[in-house]
Write a protein that binds this ligand. Structure first.
Ligand code: PLP
Length: 423
């Protein structure tokens, strides 16, 4: 099984190589050369989640040194529940927020960390992961790589521009995780990381690698819960549901499309975005015009130029095919807030702002058919937006509580490469 670049100018590599490289050398994203047909005969066997995950992920590692280790890697990565709740007879919510940092990014980050740790066993050089974050990614990566052998992580976030709880989750680490609060914006953080990767000498000396959402190691595990949930819904209702996915960089949605390519019974896939309308605009006009990101109440989806669209466009060669397979709806801040309020009133269920965008799309366009809205984060992570709408406080899950009560350690730096690589 080989992976090739969306831009077609890099050599084909195995899954491990794609994971270590992050981006392909020609600047493209790694995609499977072809999709393995996964026999879905294990679906109704009631396998525990990590074994279920291994069945789906392992075919992508055929011929790779990690092939035999995939079950063990899944066992280490997926240590939490993946419940499907029903708001009513046809309205499912897939809760992907029971990992240590209470967002779905734990699935990808933890699989990537376990896989890289296994790859690193054979290396004598310490691997340095650089990650710029505006919130959720950094904490998921920090938590996933904490105390992983042979790997060090540098997390960069814009000083004073993340919520208090987010900052706590980014700075509560020690040993192999270093946090930097950068005097600047998220773009400054991202530029530092990009510059570091373009400096060949630095890259070699520090053995730099990335853990951002374009890494193949984060995408593969994001296929699994769609198959799992489709099956669980079918078991309960005898019908397959439409999936509605709150989307930003579109990595989570690529997981769903890839699962379907492998033969998983995913009926229809719908993207819910916030006021950042690049994708809906593209579907309407056929013109892909990336914009600057607009700040919204669903900030983990504030993406003006979704990097994984390159994979979607690669998958559906021409616009007509893409349009037949992808639908996307934009949801405003006002609609998100109102949806949090009305869902609490109607169903006594508390949504995070991102999930609320998905729920809005369901109520507006798909209210009569079988649907699953993918819940990407626990509402307690966004309490300052959620609590005023529901008029009460959101209980904080245990894993989050544990993190919030730890000591902070952070280095404040100017947006300057030297400062980042002296400590
Ligand atoms: C990252 C994130 C998203 C967007 O996911 P993509 O894979 O970037 O589309 C949505 N909701 C939350 C809570 C997130 O952290």
């Amino acid at each position: 099984m080989k992976f090739i670049s969306t831009r077609g100018k890099s050599p084909a590599v195995t899954a491990s190589e794609a994971i270590v490289n992050g981006l392909a050398p020609d600047g493209g994203l790694y995609v499977p050369e072809r999709f393995p047909e996964i026999p879905m005969d294990f679906l109704d066997k009631g396998l525990p989640y990590p074994l279920f995950a291994a069945k789906i992920i392992q075919p992508f590692f055929k011929g790779d040194p990690l092939f035999d280790r995939i079950p063990e890697i899944c066992e280490k990565a997926f240590t939490f529940d993946v419940p499907l709740r029903m708001l009513d007879d046809k309205k499912g919510i897939l809760e992907l927020f029971y990992g240590p940092t209470a967002a779905f990014k734990d699935f990808g980050a933890r699989f990537l960390a376990s896989a890289l740790e296994s790859i690193q066993e054979k290396s004598r050089q310490l691997l340095t992961i650089l990650v710029a974050t505006s919130g959720d990614t950094g904490s998921a990566v920090a938590s996933a790589f904490y105390k992983k052998k042979g790997i060090r992580v540098k997390v960069l976030f814009p000083k004073g521009r993340v919520s208090l709880r987010q900052e706590k989750q980014l700075t509560c680490w020690d040993t192999n995780i270093q946090s930097y609060s950068v005097e600047g914006s998220f773009d400054d953080c991202q530029k530092l990381v990009k510059d570091a990767f373009q400096d060949e000498a630095l890259k070699t000396k520090w053995h730099l690698s990335s853990a951002n959402s374009i890494n193949l190691g984060r995408l593969l595990p994001q296929m699994v819960y769609y198959v799992y949930a489709a099956q669980e819904y079918y078991r309960q209702k005898g019908r397959y549901p439409v999936f509605i996915i709150p989307s930003g960089n579109v990595g989570n949605s690529v997981g769903a499309y890839w699962a379907r390519e492998c033969g998983a019974p995913l009926k229809k896939i719908v993207l819910a975005v916030n006021a950042n309308k690049t994708i809906p605009h593209y579907l309407e006009t056929g013109k892909y015009i990336p914009g600057k990101s607009i700040q919204t109440v669903a900030n983990a989806m504030d993406v003006g130029d979704p990097s994984n669209m390159e994979r979607i466009m690669y998958l559906f060669k021409d616009f007509t095919t893409l349009k037949r397979n992808v639908s996307a709806f934009s949801v405003s801040d006002k609609e998100i807030r109102e949806e949090i309020r009305s869902t609490f009133k109607l169903f006594n269920y508390i949504l995070c702002p991102h999930t609320a965008a998905g729920q809005f799309v369901r109520e507006r366009f798909f209210s009569d058919i079988d649907t699953i809205v993918v819940s990407t984060a626990h509402p307690a992570k966004f309490e300052s937006i959620v609590e005023p709408e529901i008029g009460k406080s959101v209980p904080v899950p245990k894993s989050l509580q544990k993190m919030l009560s730890k000591e902070s350690s952070v280095t404040s730096i100017k947006p300057d490469m030297k400062a980042l690589f002296t400590t």
